[in-house]
Write a protein that binds this ligand. Structure first.
Ligand code: TLP
Length: 371
């Protein structure tokens, strides 16, 4: 396995870097790239907005475009204030830093991004103890959260934070029903705990549940959402919460080296993302459904259609002659990119830069490969 290229593993299984090295070169206009919605390119309108952005030094609070983005994000999510950060990872980690003390225990789902894919930052930066619970396709049962709570006892860590993720990446893009989020919030509040919502794909979750994002956000004290995934901006995420929380998160961002200067160039694209790209996520969900239904009809492919709720499709390869990494390589020969996330499962993520025709091409290629 190549470790030098191992920059952004998305699972326990990392051989996809090796797969990618073995992939034949294809010109980019022929490629259907379903590895992630992070591969989306900025739109012409974003590039124009970036070129024309009014800027200032954001560490002095003087970048008008960043200030506008933070205010708009807070307003959309019904919170007091926002903070522009470089990534979803930074958003989650400053949120944990701002809401915990060393030695606290935080509760989160065992497949969550914060626990699995943020380079153990929880332990390194916040020095908190993660207590993982098994959810159903990533979605926690509020009763499990209640049962996991510890009482006041000198021997025990303090429970101060619950982290939920919606949509849930490793769950396969599954979303929290609003009433489940509400129940978790009630339990947390009753025990003096905060809730952080990793809403990297919060707008997907909003569409899928038919719930305004501010109602989902209302069930959390802090929320991170990404501009650079399905919404198509080149860089950035926003954290929102109370003004006091954002003040602490801003200090944490500075400590991590995330204080940016004329960041309005990036925030300008984020504003376009937030203002114009949310509703079209619907198309990504429709494409994911077409993809999943097509996959379900293929020999040796197993996909749980109930799990396909947004723009992520995770399916299993159950054949003697081919495993998931092998299938990835065969797809790559036809200019189709996806990720194997274990020896027998593959993740495909739909997004704005793959239209329906691309999805049909993937299904056609799979039909040929799988016979
Ligand atoms: N997810 C990426 C990879 O890092 C796995 C992807 O391709 O799906 N929360 C969730 C739920 C995420 O899915 C991600 C990124 C993040 C946080 C982190 O965002 P970034 O990559 O901006 O740090």
């Amino acid at each position: 396995m190549s470790t030098s290229r191992n920059r952004e593993g998305t699972g326990i299984h990392t051989s996809w870097f090796e797969e990618e090295r073995l992939m034949p070169p294809t010109s980019s206009d022929q490629v259907v790239d379903l590895r992630s919605d992070t591969v989306t390119k900025p739109t012409p309108e974003m590039r124009r907005a970036m070129a024309e952005a009014e800027v200032g030094d954001d560490v002095f609070g003087e970048d008008p475009t960043v200030n506008r983005l933070e205010a708009l994000a807070a307003e959309r999510l019904g919170k007091e204030a926002g903070l522009f950060v470089v990534s979803g990872t930074m958003g989650n980690q400053v949120s944990v830093l701002a809401q915990t003390q060393r030695g606290d225990e935080i509760i989160l789902e065992e497949g969550s991004h914060v626990f699995n894919f943020e380079v153990a930052a929880l332990v390194v930066l916040s020095a908190v103890q993660p207590r993982t619970l098994r959810g159903r396709y990533g979605i926690l049962d509020p009763e499990d959260v209640r049962r996991a709570l510890r009482g006041p006892n000198i021997h025990l860590p303090r429970n101060t934070l619950v982290v939920v993720e919606s949509s849930h990446n490793r769950g396969g893009g599954t979303v929290y029903p609003p009433e489940t989020l509400r129940a978790i919030r009630c339990i947390a509040t009753a025990h003096g705990m905060a809730v952080h919502l990793d809403g990297a794909r919060l707008f997907n979750a909003g569409l899928a549940t038919g719930t305004p994002v501010r109602e989902l956000a209302a069930q959390a004290d802090s929320v991170t959402f990404c501009l650079s995934k399905g919404l198509g901006a080149p860089v950035g995420s926003v954290v929102v919460g109370t003004r006091a929380f954002i003040d602490r998160a801003r200090r944490a961002r500075k400590m991590l080296g995330g204080g940016m200067r004329q960041a309005g160039i990036l925030a300008a694209a984020g504003l376009v993302a937030l203002e114009t790209m949310v509703d079209r996520l619907r198309e990504d969900h429709e494409n994911a459904r077409v993809l999943a239904e097509g996959l379900a009809a293929l020999p040796g492919i197993v996909v749980d259609l109930a799990r396909v709720q947004t723009n992520i499709v995770i399916f299993n390869v159950e054949r003697r002659d081919l495993d998931a990494p092998g299938l990835i390589l065969k797809l790559a020969e036809q200019g189709i990119k996806a990720l194997s996330i274990s020896q027998d499962s593959i993740r495909m993520v739909t997004h704005k830069d793959v239209e329906r025709g691309g999805i049909l091409r993937v299904l056609e290629a799979l039909r040929t490969i799988l016979g």
